[in-house]
Design a protein around this ligand. Structure first.
Ligand code: SF4
Length: 189
């Protein structure tokens, strides 16, 4: 993974350099949206002005996997789409992270059928699960901040002795209380 290999030993200089590299990484993540269903709409809302994912340096959605380092799986995955998801994950450059957004991506949700993958973590390593059907944009942002904290503390994702990526498997617990609409709504005929 490039720069880590060039910093072989721990001393004050390399520790500081590692902090700078981690800061740069977490401040400029480029997401690869894999949005197949309704959760994708919430993902789009997260990028809109009200929630403004640009605050995290992530406004540049990368529709080329080779330029992305955060895969956001949003929506149910059909068995037919699975090879596409796997290929996109494989094509992303290291280091890379994965968020599973919503019940369908994480477990298949209510679609307990032969045609729907019952959790994308059976086929790609998932680092953060964002629960909900759909999760609100705030929850997705919590997932993003969890990834940022992981990068801050650990840097690159861990690998096992066999060289395979170890999924971090963090689950987000929403910590915010949803407030009522600032303006009252009424529907008149
Ligand atoms: S979790 Fe809910 S909102 Fe998201 S894709 Fe599944 S059914 Fe749609």
């Amino acid at each position: 993974m490039g720069i880590e290999a060039a910093i072989p030993t721990d001393n004050i200089l390399t520790t500081q350099l590692r902090h700078v590299v981690n800061w740069a990484r977490r401040s400029s993540m480029w997401p690869m949206p894999f949005a197949t269903a309704c959760c994708g709409i919430e993902l789009m809302a997260t990028a809109s002005s009200r929630y403004d994912i640009a605050r995290f340096g992530m406004e540049r959605m990368a529709f080329s996997p080779r330029q992305a380092d955060l895969l956001i799986v949003a929506g149910r995955i059909s068995v037919k789409m699975l090879p596409v998801l796997q290929r996109i994950y494989e094509q992303m450059t290291e280091p890379k992270w994965v968020i599973s957004m919503g019940a369908c991506a994480s477990t298949g949700g209510v679609f307990d059928t032969y045609a729907t993958v019952q959790g994308c973590d059976q086929f790609i390593p998932v680092d953060v699960y964002v629960p909900g059907c759909p999760p609100r944009p705030e929850q997705l942002l919590e997932g993003v901040m969890a990834i940022q904290r992981i990068i801050d503390s650990d840097g690159i994702p861990p690998k096992g002795p066999d060289g395979k990526r170890i999924p971090l498997g963090v689950t987000i617990q929403p910590t915010h209380a949803v407030k009522p609409q600032p303006v009252g709504l009424n529907v008149q005929s």
